[in-house]
Design a protein around this ligand. Structure first.
Ligand code: IDP
Ligand code: MG
Length: 143
């Protein structure tokens, strides 16, 4: 059975461009409940740790630089089939390929600076939610 939570980040570019409110509105209007949320700035070490699965990719250095370049919003989102539904809402990694009406189509600047993160599986969602939050931060809403 599909899980009911996913982890999003509003990335530094979208925060800098003052898109936090518009992106959160899209997320809520799509039926997700924001059950934990915070603003923070990732250190380079933290960005490397979060994206460890990509450490051998050619874009890893650029990704870490960007994700640690300014404040982000991290949030746990709650909905049936959360991971898959949220990936649909944000669209393809590259905004040039993203479907009309998706968050990345409307707010991403480029493939690397693509406005938002969304977990890619229930296993990733579990790890990523615990990267930023404790179970205690959202347990009351999930049960
Ligand atoms: P995803 O965010 O859609 O799951 P991933 O393949 O997991 O995409 O890549 C993680 C992040 O790394 C992307 O969101 C994007 O910011 C960056 N990235 C991925 N592919 C490239 C690329 O080819 N060039 C530059 N940055 C990339
Ligand atoms: Mg990914």
């Amino acid at each position: 059975m599909a899980g009911n939570k996913t982890l999003t980040m509003i990335k530094p570019g979208a925060v800098k461009n003052k898109h936090i409110g518009a992106i959160i509105d899209r997320i809520e209007q799509a039926g997700f409940r924001i059950v934990a949320i915070k603003s923070l700035k990732l250190s380079k070490i933290a960005a490397e740790e979060f994206y460890q699965e990509h450490r051998d990719k050619p874009f890893f250095g650029e990704l870490v630089e960007f994700m640690s370049s300014g404040p982000i919003i991290a949030a746990v989102l709650y909905k049936d089939n959360a991971v898959e539904d949220f990936r649909k809402l944000i669209g393809s990694t590259d905004p040039a390929q993203a479907e009309e009406g998706t968050i990345r189509k409307d707010f991403a600047e480029s493939k690397s600076q693509n406005a938002v993160h969304g977990s890619d599986s229930d296993e990733s969602a579990e790890r990523e939610c615990h990267f930023f939050f404790s179970t205690l931060d959202y347990l009351r809403v999930m049960k």
